[in-house]
Ligand binder design. Sequence first.
Ligand SMILES: [Zn+2]
Length: 114
Amino acid sequence: MSTVQHTELTCARCGTDTPHDVVYAGRLLVQVTCTACGKTLERDVRADYLADLRRRVASKPKRMLRRLRKNPLRFAGSLPKTVPAKPLELLSEIVVVWRAGRTHDSTRSGSRNP
Ligand SMILES: [Zn+2]
């Protein structure tokens, strides 16, 4: 799931410590935005994200099996809530990662420079 954390960082444009929104997709840092001036730094983590996603998906069956063995009732009860939420969580991560990656494509080619 993509998560936003709020933290104090030094902004290159403001030249001082300001509150920043830090966006993660899973465990990967994707975007840092200064809330004072709006300056955004994005990282192209598409390749890393896919590798990370593959590991997470691969480890899922084991994790689910462990939960099932530990407490079958709770596991069954958690399914209707957790299962439909997963595709949406994944989608929100993918949107964040690809949006940041696309920005890199356009800056690299230089076609969007004013
Ligand atoms: Zn700033």
